[in-house]
Design a protein around this ligand. Structure first.
Ligand SMILES: Cc1ncc(COP(=O)(O)O)c(C=O)c1O
Length: 369
């Protein structure tokens, strides 16, 4: 049996509806910002429950735009996690600030207890990540930020369709950032991203900065760059957004089925807790497994596209060498990184494929007691 990781061939099996809308766009020649991008921004704002949304070129751009908008730069520290994609810390470094990595908890999310002890006089902001499409304890993180006068930028790149404490990921902090990379719950046919905010001034500044600082065709208020979302992609995003609730519901149904079977393999397999009040998107379905690398090879040989996100956490990457971390700096993050395994999880899988993954993992540990 094959269990594919990549759902895109199924998602875009029928390209005709996209092509039909692209024809209209081509006729209109509205190729930079304009009505297609505006319409998508309004639609996504309604989806997440934010006052304003701006489309960007990528999720990385969204993070850089948010950090810039909050005036974060050289000399500032931004607290984040090492268990995330490179772009989270890359964006902090891109604006000249310093990432400070803190420990995660057993759900692979930023640990609020670790945040408190990492705050210094140079700390300007928290950058929690809704990693894997699960969420950190945002109400507690917001309370810490408020008590210490810190800004909050959420990396909700994997968050569309999730919720925490009744709110959408990305709507707790000053600015929420999203990616529409093809392997995110809301995706386009290439790159795309968004920021959301309830703050009029931040919205106005970011709207100008992503478009060269322009106030009209002939004047710029300040120096900006081009981070614009492509209208071609706004059309794709808008159609895919209509499927996100269904696809997240399906992922939850299938993930629960897999969780139930894998929990019986404890302690060799550790399934993270799924507390009430969190709706995960299962952008990545991750567990921890003993002898992970052999298990990964075994599953791949059986046609299961398992992966690892990621074997080397950010604080131990060569790029972080000057920041002074070493092995043992973040023990739980490192423990998880040595065991994490990502299994295929998307709405185009059937129950038979889910059961096949569970049976295969069971067979592996029976073979290697
Ligand atoms: C947690 C996280 N942050 C940031 C990004 C960067 O997004 P993009 O690839 O759209 O630049 C990604 C995904 O790629 C991500 O998973």
């Amino acid at each position: 049996m094959r269990v594919p990781y990549n759902y895109l061939p199924f998602q875009f099996a029928d390209p005709e509806p996209f092509i039909a809308e692209w024809r209209e766009l081509i006729t209109s020649t509205e190729f930079t910002l304009g009505p297609y991008v505006d319409a998508f921004e309004k639609k996504f704002a309604g989806f997440v429950g934010a006052r304003h949304v701006l489309g960007t070129n990528t999720g990385t751009d969204a993070l850089i735009l948010a950090l810039k908008a909050l005036g974060i730069g050289p000399g500032d520290e931004v607290i984040t996690v090492a268990a995330t994609f490179f772009a989270t810390a890359g964006a902090i470094v891109a604006v000249g600030a310093t990432p400070v990595f803190v420990e995660v908890e057993e759900r692979y999310q930023m640990d609020p207890a670790a945040v408190r002890s990492a705050i210094t006089p140079r700390t300007r902001a928290l950058l929690p990540v809704h990693w894997a499409g699960a969420s950190p304890d945002m109400p507690r993180l917001m309370e810490i930020a408020r008590n210490h006068g810190l800004r909050v930028i959420e990396d909700a790149c994997m968050g569309p369709g999730g919720s925490v404490a009744g709110r959408h990921p990305g709507t707790f902090g000053d600015i929420g950032c999203f990616s529409m990379h093809p392997l995110k719950p809301l995706h386009v046919m290439g790159d795309g991203g968004m920021v959301c905010t309830d703050d009029e001034q931040l919205w106005s500044w970011m709207g100008k900065y992503r478009n060269h600082g322009m106030v009209d065709r002939n004047r710029i208020e300040f120096w900006g760059v081009n981070m614009r979302l492509q209208p071609l992609q706004a059309i794709v995003a808008s159609r895919v957004l209509d499927t996100v609730h269904h696809s997240v519901a399906e992922r939850n149904r299938l993930a629960t089925r897999l969780d139930d079977q894998l929990r019986s393999l404890a302690p060799k397999i550790v399934v993270p807790p799924r507390p009430a009040g969190y709706r995960e998107t299962f952008s990545l379905y991750m567990i921890c497994g003993e002898s992970r690398d052999s298990l990964l090879r075994f599953l791949v040989e059986r046609g299961i596209d398992a992966k690892v996100h990621y074997p080397l956490p950010l604080h131990l990457q060569p790029a972080a060498a000057s920041l002074g971390y070493r092995i043992g700096s973040l023990p739980l993050t490192e423990w998880q990184a040595a065991r994490l395994l990502t299994l295929p999880m998307h709405p185009f899988l059937g129950e038979a494929q889910i059961d096949y993954m569970a049976d295969s993992i069971r067979a592996f540990y029976q073979r290697e007691p």
